[in-house]
Design a protein around this ligand. Structure first.
Ligand code: CAA
Length: 240
C-alpha cells in the first residue's frame, strides 16, 4: 500500500514506537525530530526510517519540512501529531516562557502541520490524523497547568477538525496515553511517580508499543467510520 506517514517527535519515546509500527505495517514513514541529531541519526540508521529535523512550533519551519517530505516520499496521507515537551512546575513558579513553549510545541504544532497537509488530504479524499493527547489533558495534573491545557486543547482540536474532515475522507482522532515508560516519564521524581503508578489499576507503566498499536488501528484504511474519538490507553488510570 505504502501510504506516506509523518510522525512528529518520531525518533524517540512513543513517537519512535509509532514510526516503527507504521514502517512494519508497510507505510513510508517520515520521522520528524527537533534537536537531538545523535539519537535521530542512530534511529535512522538502525531502523531504515527517514528523519526530518524541523521545529514543529514554527509554521515556517513546518512548511519547509513538509515540502522536503513531499519531494522525498510524496504527499503526507497520515499525520501523527505526537511531538510534545514538559516544563513541569506549579503555576506560582511557572514563567511565561515555560507556558508558551509547551503550548506552542504541544498544541500549536497540531495546527501548523494539519494546516499544511489538509488541502492535499481533502483533494485526494483521504487522510488520517491522529493527535497524541494525554490522561493529564483529560484529568489535569498537579504541576502541569501548561501541559494539561495544551493536551486538553488537543482533544477539542480533534473534535472540531473531525467535523470539518468528515465529508472529505479525512478522519481525525486522538489517543490519550497514560504514564508510558519513556524518558519524559522517567524525569518525574521517583517518589511522585511511585504514587501515580500506585493508582493505575493495571499496576505498571505502559509500553510505547501499546500506544503505537492504537495508532495503527486508527490510521487504517478500514477505520473510515472512526472519527472525532479519543482512545484512552492508560491502564485504567482514568476512565473517561
Ligand atoms: N497533589 C497534591 N499535592 C501535591 C501533588 C499532587 N499530585 N504533587 C505534589 N504535591 C505537593 C507535595 O506533597 C508537596 O507538598 P508539601 O510542600 O506540603 O510537602 C508540594 O506539592 C511540593 O511537591 P514537590 O516536593 O514535588 O515540589 P517540587 O516543586 O519539587 O516539584 C512538581 C513539583 C514539579 C510538580 C513535581 O511534583 C513533579 O514533577 N510532579 C510530577 C508531575 C507529573 O506527573 N508530570 C508528568 C510528566 S510525564 C507526562 O506528562 C506524560 C503524560 O502525558 C502522562
Amino acid at each position: 500500500m505504502g501510504r506516506v506517514a509523518l510522525v512528529t517527535g518520531g525518533t524517540r519515546g512513543i513517537g519512535a514506537a509509532i514510526s516503527i509500527a507504521l514502517r512494519d505495517a508497510g507505510y513510508k514513514v517520515a520521522a520528524n525530530y527537533a534537536g537531538n541529531d545523535d539519537v535521530a541519526n542512530a534511529f535512522a540508521e538502525k531502523e531504515g526510517i527517514k528523519v526530518y529535523k524541523f521545529d514543529v512550533s514554527s509554521f515556517e519551519a513546518c512548511q519547509v519540512g513538509i515540502e522536503r517530505i513531499a519531494a522525498d516520499l510524496g504527499p503526507v496521507e497520515v499525520l501523527v501529531n505526537n511531538a510534545g515537551i514538559t516544563r513541569d512546575t506549579v503555576i506560582h513558579r511557572m514563567t511565561p516562557q515555560q507556558w508558551d513553549e509547551v503550548i506552542r510545541t504541544n498544541l500549536t504544532s497540531c495546527f501548523n502541520l494539519s494546516r499544511l497537509v489538509i488541502d492535499n488530504m481533502r483533494e485526494r479524499n483521504f487522510g488520517r490524523i491522529v493527535n497524541i493527547g494525554s490522561v493529564n489533558g483529560q484529568a489535569g495534573q498537579y504541576g502541569q497547568v501548561n501541559y494539561a491545557a495544551a493536551k486538553s486543547g488537543i482533544h477539542g482540536f480533534t473534535k472540531a477538525l473531525a467535523q470539518e474532515g468528515a465529508t472529505k475522507g479525512v478522519t481525525v482522532n486522538a489517543i490519550a496515553p497514560g504514564y508510558i515508560d519513556t524518558e519524559m516519564v522517567r524525569a518525574v521524581p521517583p517518589n511522585v511517580l511511585e504514587k501515580i503508578v500506585a493508582k493505575v489499576p493495571v499496576g505498571r507503566l505502559g509500553h510505547a508499543s501499546e500506544i503505537a498499536r492504537g495508532v495503527l488501528f486508527l490510521v487504517a484504511d478500514e477505520a473510515a467510520f472512526i472519527t472525532g474519538s479519543t482512545l484512552s490507553i492508560n491502564g485504567g488510570q482514568h476512565m473517561y
